[in-house]
Design a protein around this ligand. Structure first.
Ligand code: FNR
Length: 185
């Protein structure tokens, strides 16, 4: 069963993107295993530290390297990805020549209450990931405009239309992992 590491770019306890991560994990099982990665203990990127990586950074890089794919779930902060998400991406590229992103299969998704549901954030995120050589799933795009009645804290999706959208997204991700050669039909 393919193992997908999940990075939620929100650090807050009651993260709406955390709910989305839990919803996707439930819908993906048992076809794909989605495992959240811890990112709240990473220091802010500082190139002075890159030749003696802080332990949380080494751990995260190992976890990403071991995963078949990475699902990037981003909030939208001021029309871009969160600083926490960019911090993970930057650490993952350093020191030069040790990037965990090159050829790593990946996909993006996110939710916010704003009218475009993280479209601006994901557009930035995808352009960064493409430049780093992530084998990025192009379609479907999934910009989830959050409403309180869509899903609960446990990730139980209470809205039928959203359940269909997220199921189609997981189906496409499973197919993408076959296409890029990390999963079998
Ligand atoms: C936001 N929010 C936001 N929403 C949006 O749709 N577009 C945006 O540009 C912004 N900008 C923004 C900046 C900052 C600094 C904050 C804190 C918030 C609202 C944001 O989508 C909302 O707080 C979500 O709940 C964030 O996701 P998590 O943290 O709940 O996962």
């Amino acid at each position: 069963m393919p193992h997908v590491a999940v990075i939620n770019g929100s650090l807050r306890q009651a993260s709406l993107n955390g709910r989305l991560a839990r919803a996707l994990a439930k819908l993906a099982a048992p076809r794909l295993t989605l495992t959240p990665l811890r990112i709240d203990d990473l220091p802010l990127f500082n190139q002075d530290m890159e030749n003696d990586l802080p332990a949380p950074v080494s751990r995260l890089k190992r976890e990403i390297a071991a995963a078949d794919a990475v699902l990037f779930i981003t909030p939208e902060h001021n029309r871009s990805m969160s600083a926490a998400m960019k911090n993970v991406i930057d650490w993952g590229t350093r020191p030069y020549g040790t990037s965990v992103w090159l050829d790593k299969p990946g996909a993006t998704i996110g939710t916010s209450q704003g009218a475009v549901g993280t479209a601006a954030a994901q557009t930035h995120l995808r352009s960064v990931l493409a430049s780093l050589g992530v084998a990025l799933m192009g379609r479907p795009e999934a910009y989830i405009v959050f409403k309180e009645n869509l899903m609960d804290e446990t990730g139980h999706v209470t809205d039928e239309a959203l359940a269909k959208v997220l199921t189609a997204y997981i189906d496409a991700l499973a197919k993408w992992l076959v296409r890029v050669g990390v999963a079998q039909k």
